[in-house]
Ligand binder design. Structure first.
Ligand SMILES: Cc1ncc(COP(=O)(O)O)c(C=O)c1O
Ligand SMILES: N[C@@H](CCCC[NH3+])C(=O)O
Length: 384
């Protein structure tokens, strides 16, 4: 929901731009912190969801850790001021240079995705005379019931160490003297809206933790990843995610002893709702089959609809509700037929110059933008 005052302000700005509502981001962070601290859970923010400077600074000020997936993200997290002792580094393809950098920074933990990676980190740590703290990223083969492109915890996915390799991992750890194993890491997918999935994850994690503990592998950290979904359909009424219910599930179903910490890596749930992509209608084409509203933003600014057929609520914020409506395919200017935000969207009759808001775009929006078609870098505007 945008006030008239805000729409008037937008009217004078060059489009397209991402609008980040910093007050809503803070409200979300406060809700997350209030719910997680009840159970003594440790939360890391997954930088991949949004690494805008102001967004990161706001998140950092809540004393949250950082979950990174590249050397660049580790560097950014540290520069912004996330404590090194709260930085975790995951990813199936860490390069030697990235590992060396993270070793030099003494980050909290590498989430390691294969036996070969354990060996490489051990060798690189040995060359520096260091001990690397690691958690084993396990592929638990738990279905996240989300879009198949953003499912990560099934055997067919490239992520993590599979169950049939566990014996070999235990043997490897015994020989790799420059590693200290802190525990286990899991992340089964993103935009998970069926919370029963997390219950199933807990049950599987309990079994796996027990398996390792029985074999005398110390498990002091259980990192259950991220994946908590948001409601893309109700950006105004459900603007803050229900963290309370989410964390309660882990408190109820995850078995942990007094010496075990539980860690989370939330991305989308923290930042999706605070962002909207604001765009202008360049042209309206009324056709016999379809009407098109052609925007000055496209898949280069927000790729999710083209990539995953993702739904984002679209509003014509220049018009008031109650006006006569029409259906439009809302498309961008990019030279691709998949450059379509949504088909047959009911909007008030739309004209050149109208402002269009594409909601819930704070996660995996700006960060996935590209300059395909030699597009300009998308601008950013903040609201308090
Ligand atoms: C290892 C890991 N942790 C955390 C996240 C954050 O996920 P989400 O934004 O769904 O919370 C991701 C992304 O899917 C990930 O790959
Ligand atoms: N980029 C995805 C999520 C992938 C999360 C990272 N593994 C999205 O837009 O929904």
């Amino acid at each position: 929901m945008f006030s008239n005052e805000l729409v008037n302000k937008f009217q004078s700005l060059e489009t397209p731009f991402y609008y980040y509502n910093v007050a809503l981001l803070k409200e979300t962070l406060e809700a997350c912190q209030a719910a997680s601290s009840k159970y003594n859970f440790h939360v890391h923010y997954a930088l991949k969801a949004n690494f805008d400077e102001r967004v990161l600074q706001t998140i950092r000020s809540y004393n949250i850790g950082a979950d990174c997936v590249s050397g660049g993200e580790v560097k950014k997290a540290i520069e912004i001021g996330f404590g090194k002792e709260k930085v975790v580094f995951a990813g199936v393809g860490k390069s030697d240079a990235e590992i060396n950098y993270a070793l030099d920074q003494d980050i909290f933990c590498f989430n390691v995705e294969s036996i070969q990676e354990l060996e490489v980190i051990n060798d690189l740590a040995a060359k520096k005379g260091k001990t690397a703290r690691v958690a084993l990223r396990i592929n638990p083969n738990v279905n996240a019931y989300t879009h198949k492109y953003i499912t990560t915890g099934l055997e067919e996915n490239k992520f993590g160490i599979n169950q049939w390799e566990f014996d070999k991992v235990v043997a490897a750890l015994r020989n790799l003297s420059n590693l200290k194993c802190l525990g286990l890491h899991f992340h089964i997918g993103s935009q998970i809206t069926d919370l029963n999935v997390f219950k199933s994850l807990c049950i599987k994690v309990n079994e796996i933790v027990k398996w390792f503990v029985d074999r005398h592998v110390e498990i002091s950290v259980i990192n259950v990843g991220g994946g908590l979904g948001v409601d893309y359909y109700h950006p105004d009424t459900k603007s803050v995610v229900d963290f309370e219910t989410y964390f309660k599930i882990f408190d109820s179903f995850l078995e942990r002893s007094a010496n075990q910490e539980v860690h989370f890596e939330l991305g989308r749930a923290l930042v999706a709702n605070c962002g909207s992509l604001i765009s202008r209608v360049l042209y309206v084409k009324n056709g016999q089959v379809t009407n098109f509203a052609i925007l000055d933003a496209g898949m280069t600014e927000l790729m999710r609809p083209a990539l995953y057929q993702a739904y984002h609520k679209i509003e014509n914020i220049s018009k008031t509700s109650g006006e006569k409506t029409k259906n439009y395919d809302v498309v961008g200017p990019i030279c691709e037929s998949t450059d379509c935000f949504a088909k047959a969207v009911e909007l008030p009759e739309t004209q050149r110059g109208d402002l269009i808001a594409i909601r819930t775009a704070g996660a995996y929006g700006e960060v996935m933008a590209s300059n395909y078609n030699l597009r300009d870098k998308v601008r950013v505007v903040y609201g308090e």
